[in-house]
Ligand binder design. Structure first.
Ligand SMILES: *Cc1c(COP(=O)(O)O)cnc(C)c1O
Length: 255
């Protein structure tokens, strides 16, 4: 959508150019681009899904998953008003985000991919939130890194709701105990739960399971739903949706 400053339409003495008082809004107008259009479509779908569920659209945070996409695409999304981004790999995030933060200090970076313990220090330095805490060894590494670095990002525990052997995430049967120990260790920095349902199954039961686990433990945040199923996830209470392809288009080949 383009907003036309009022004095454009009035055709006053200034002719084709806006009165200087309008230049400010003119400059901040988001230029229309395919990415901006897709982003706007996703935002509208989030709003609709939230309203259909009787929820406030503001209760759902859009995490734009920019993995494998160049910094220039992230800049386009920033120009269109997006501020929260998700990346899978620490090294890729470390290359792309620090320069972007210089020009956009209110950027937020979520790490959402499986995390190796030897990347814990960089992860703790870089991220505002780590959504993929999934095992005791990683909890140890993050706690240790936080002491050294002097900051601890917000944390979500990733639950492997489908108990898929190839997937990251704490197995269902270990989840309660792991959530409890992380709660003791990290206090309110532990904000909630995340899941990636099995690709070939209906996601709704997985979203419901995650929600009931979060409720049991009094955790406020639920990161669930991707391009294919974020409206479904919002219907089940998602407070964060991680959307990549529907915003940035198909991912370039991984390097
Ligand atoms: C890539 C990825 C996404 C985004 O997936 P799309 O289908 O492109 O929306 C969301 N969450 C995680 C953990 C991912 O790795």
């Amino acid at each position: 959508m383009r907003l036309i400053p009022a004095c454009f339409t009035e055709g006053g003495k200034e002719g084709a150019w806006p009165h200087p008082c309008c230049l400010r809004s003119f400059v901040f107008m988001a230029p229309s681009s395919p990415l901006a259009d897709r982003l706007e479509h996703v935002r509208a779908s989030i709003d609709a899904a939230a309203r259909n569920a009787g929820r406030d659209p503001a209760s759902v945070t859009l995490v734009a998953v920019s993995k494998f996409h160049p910094a220039s695409s992230i800049e386009d999304a920033i120009a269109a008003g997006q501020r929260v981004f998700g990346e899978n790999r620490v090294q890729e995030a470390a290359a792309k985000f620090p320069p972007l933060r210089q020009t956009t200090p209110d950027l937020r970076l979520h790490l959402i991919g499986g995390l190796q313990t030897n990347k814990a220090r960089d992860a703790v330095r870089l991220a505002d939130m780590i959504e993929s805490l999934d095992r005791p060894a990683l909890a140890d590494a993050l706690a240790h890194a936080a002491e050294i670095v002097g900051r601890l990002p917000e944390l979500l525990i990733e639950v492997n709701t489908g108990d898929e052997p190839q997937k990251f995430g704490v197995p269902r049967e270990d989840a309660d105990a792991f959530i409890r120990t992380c709660r003791q260790r990290f206090g309110n920095k532990l904000r909630g739960l995340m899941c990636i349902p099995p690709a070939q199954e209906d996601a709704t039961p997985h979203f419901q399971l995650l929600r009931s686990m979060a409720q049991e433990h009094g955790l406020p945040m639920l990161s669930m739903g991707m391009s294919a199923d974020y409206p479904q996830a919002i219907a089940q209470g998602a407070t964060m949706v991680r959307v990549g392809t529907a915003i940035f288009g198909p991912r370039p080949a991984s390097t």
